[in-house]
Design a protein around this ligand. Sequence first.
Ligand code: GLN
Length: 312
Amino acid sequence: PLDTAEHPITAYLTRLLDEVSKQNDGAVADYIPELAKADPEDLAIAITTVDGQTYAVGTVDREFTIQSVSKPFMYGYALREHGLERVLKQVGVEPTGDPFNSIVLNNENNRPFNPMVNAGAIATSELLIGATREEKIAAQMDLYEGFAGRKLSVDQAVYASESETGNRNRAIAYMMLNSGMIEGPTEAVLDLYFRQCSILVNPIDLSVMAATLAAHGRNPLTGRVMLTPGQTSDVLSVMATCGMYDYAGQWMFDVGLPAKSGVAGSVVAVIPGQLGIAVYSPKLDAVGNSVRGIQVCKRISDDLGLHAYKDR
Ligand code: GLN
């Protein structure tokens, strides 16, 4: 591989990192107690291209839990294994305009609005295939490892912390059980969801996962086909409209890229056909998006002319 240390892209990312590190707004998530232990000063930016070249700066070795960034990939799995028609029975594709942990289901059909918020992601977790819990967990790990191109593990402390304190997610799951959106048992579905959120990744993993979406479903490092181009564009469309929670509209307006954020402080953005971007910085704004993560993506989109609807 290319030596990226002296590359102009690395130099650009280093300058951007220096600038953005001056931004000190936001606070580390603490509603899952274990997440409060994150170092608020961590900051990393990683870019992986569709031909498998990675450029990364900052605290790139730091592992953190994937949280909601796991959601688009699990949605891709559901589309791949069950088909769109079946998946649409359980989760829609409409933005909520509500926070990520909103307990509101679509009034018309009791469906969760979309797979990027907790309700939709919990319903999607039930679509993992396997005769036993172990088989479902194996399918889950295979999915994320396939996208990241390496073996991954689960942060047991975060997993336990989510499970102990996740009563709002429990309430959401029971609402969906009540309306027949999930079959249950709810604790088994939630267990898979909490585990999915607690998978450990580093910024480079996330950039490879985003690059796999940019490469129409094929992992640029391993060549493994994770999704078809059609499934990939369905995932990207939902990321574009719903990936940044109740900030999704403003995000699309400003940055113009399909993206997903998670409460541990990561943001991924995808430039289809070109590259995946990942930023990690644990201080969040009121919506639950990484403050510096948003700033970095805005800058990259402006500087490189990546907004989907702006002339270059
Ligand atoms: N595990 C977190 C939760 O369910 C995920 C939320 C997020 O990253 N926005 O609350």
